[in-house]
Ligand binder design. Structure first.
Ligand SMILES: [Zn+2]
Length: 101
């Protein structure tokens, strides 16, 4: 299975891919209209909303979860992103929240 390089979302069907292009490494949410990958702030914010709406966490927990998730993805490793600095969920917290899906 493929996952989006920028947010970790599973890419299950054609429509999940950026621009519906199955050779893309990114999901439809992580690129703009021009097909360029969005900045860390935008992707971070999208992830925070996802956790708050889909999992029902508060904003603080959602931010810690997204920071943890994005910091595990190789795509962000060599990028210096302010938004990824700060408190992060522990492995235990991360696992516990992912189980709620
Ligand atoms: Zn994505």
């Amino acid at each position: 299975m493929k996952y989006c390089s920028a947010c970790g979302m599973p890419l299950l069907k054609k429509e999940d891919f950026a621009k519906g292009d199955e050779s893309s490494e990114f999901c439809l949410y992580c690129v703009d209209e021009k097909g360029e990958v969005k900045g860390a702030e935008d992707i971070f914010e999208g992830g925070v909303k996802f956790f708050m709406e889909q999992v029902g966490t508060d904003r603080g927990t959602a931010e810690k979860m997204v920071r943890k998730n994005m910091s595990m993805l190789p795509y962000w490793k060599d990028k210096d992103c302010e938004v990824l600095k700060g408190e992060m969920a522990t492995d235990e917290e991360f696992e516990a929240i992912l189980k709620k899906f």
